[in-house]
Every structure is written in structure tokens, then in C-alpha cells.
Ligand binder design. Structure first.
Ligand SMILES: [Zn+2]
Length: 41
């Protein structure tokens, strides 16, 4: 579990990690936040 700072909105797609963990292995940069892990406006 990981708490999120109120002042920073974490990207809902990658949970603020900035990337997706692929089932087949490896990771892919989140297209929503482009790897920043923060929600874009
Ligand atoms: Zn993201």
C-alpha cells in the first residue's frame, strides 16, 4: 500500500508509477502521463 500526497494527483492509469508492468515481462511507459506518474491536465 502506498499513500498519495494530496498536493500531487497520481496518474490513475499507472497508479503514479509512470509505467505499466507487462504480463509477459518488462514494462511500458504510461501513455497518459508519459512516464511522469502524475496526472496530466
Ligand atoms: Zn500514468
Amino acid at each position: 500500500m502506498k499513500t498519495t500526497a494530496k498536493s500531487t494527483a497520481a496518474c490513475p492509469f499507472c497508479s503514479g508509477k509512470g509505467y505499466f508492468q507487462l504480463l509477459l515481462g518488462g514494462s511500458e511507459t504510461c501513455p497518459s502521463c508519459r512516464g511522469s506518474g502524475k496526472e496530466r491536465r
